[in-house]
Design a protein around this ligand. Sequence first.
Ligand code: ZN
Length: 271
Amino acid sequence: MIISNNMHIIEKEGVIYLKFKALDNIDFVNMAVSTRLGGVTKGKELGTLNLGTSTGDSMENIVKNYEIFSKAAGFTVENIVTTKQTHGTNIMVASLKDAGKGVYKERDYDSIDAIVTSEKNLPIAVHSADCIPVTIVDVKNKAVGSAHCGWRGTFDNLASLTYKKMKELFGTEDAICLIGPGICRACYEVSEDLYLQFLSKFDFKDAIIEENNKFYLDLPLINKHILEKEGLKNIIISDLCTCCNKEHLYSHRGLGPKRGIMATITEIREC
Ligand SMILES: [Zn+2]
C-alpha cells in the first residue's frame, strides 16, 4: 500500500485518494489527488480510476471515474474544469462560465497547462502520470492555482508564471505551495543533452545531477527552487513518487504509454 509522511491516504467507499496534511486547517479549500484505485476502467496499465481523456479510455468510464472520485473527495463534479495539456505555458483564468469543461462539456481551448481561479465551487483539475502537479493556495485572498509541470513546463518556469498570474489577478503574495506526487529523481534518468540544457538555465546543483556518467533531474525540487526564487517559503513536496508506486499511482515511465492519468483537483468551498 502507499505510505506517506506528508499526505493523508484516505479510503472512502473503495476509492483511495491523497490529501496534503499541510492543508488540514485551511477550511476554504478542498484539494485531493486521485490514485489508480476505486474506478471502473479495465486494463492492466489503464485501470482503474483513469481521469484522462487522451488515454484511449471511453468517455463513459472517465465521467464515471470523475463522479466516483468527486463523491468520495467532496467535489462539485458537474463544475469541474480541466486543463488541455500540451506541455505549454498557457494559463486559464477560470470562471463559472467554464464550469464542466473537459468532463461534461467540450473544451473551447486547445492548449492550457495551468488554471487559476478565485471562484467558489469551481474545481480545477490538472492531470499527471509522472509530471509534477504544482498547486498554489493563497489563503489571504482565497484564490488557487494549479499547474502541470513536466520537464518542459518546469524548464519554462510554469510554476512561477502561475504564481505571477495569481499575483496580478488576486494580489497573491504569500501562499502555500503543494508539489504533488510525480516522478522522483532516482526514477528520472535523462539524456546528457537535457541535463546540460537544465544546467545552463538553472543553478540548482542539488536537483540537476550527474552520477557515474548518468544524468538525473529532480523535477519536484527544481519546481520548489523556482517558487523559492519568487520569495515563497511555505512549499511542501509530496514524498510519493508515481514511478516507485506504479501499482497505486499512474506512471508513464513505470507503466508505459497505455497508462491512465491521475488528477489533482482543487476547489474553493462556500464557507
Ligand atoms: Zn521513484
